[in-house]
Design a protein around this ligand. Sequence first.
Ligand SMILES: [Zn+2]
Ligand SMILES: [Zn+2]
Length: 218
Amino acid sequence: MKLRIVYDNEAKEGLESDWGFSCLIEAGKRILFDTGASGEILSRNMQRLGIRKEEIEIIVLSHEHWDHIGGLSAVLHQNVAVYVPGSFTKRTKKGIERKAAEVLEVSGPADIVPGVHTTGELGIGIKEQSLVLETKGGEGVVVLTGCAHPGLENILEAAKVFGELYGAVGGFHGFDKLKRLEELKMIVPCHCTVRKEEILRMYSEKAVRCEAGERIKI
Ligand SMILES: [Zn+2]
Ligand SMILES: [Zn+2]
């Protein structure tokens, strides 16, 4: 399975950085996880990475914050299925329905395509879903988070129903139980991760700097 960071607070040369997150997953089908804050920046980064919106078959939205759904209108098209937490507002769901093939509401853990699962909605305040991706070699699962508002430790725990933990990629927000990351073999702290630099230093042998344009093979 291949991941490509499309939108992040940091970016490789030739791409734009901005507060937000989006990641393309190639898992037989092309899945876009979150859409960043700006449709214009998302479109330009996609263009530079050679990603056409028509090729995206599935969009998964982690949670209803602007820095994750703001770019959505730039990637919607009539053949795309969009997975959203069931708690999304009616207004947002209706808006997506008009421009997409279908809107699928997620509540509990579920399969998206073979090897790609959702944790389902987690959290009490801000509800958020994360993806759980099976590694090609069968070593375990990689968790892909938007902002990790429900707490990365809780998301990692929930992901265990799909396999042994292998890695975590995405926004970890205020996560500070850094020792908990010891059990992981791959760490890619992105976007809103407050302790990003510390994580990169602490786990230099297995942590990768997240930037728009970064490729991750799992
Ligand atoms: Zn958020
Ligand atoms: Zn965010």
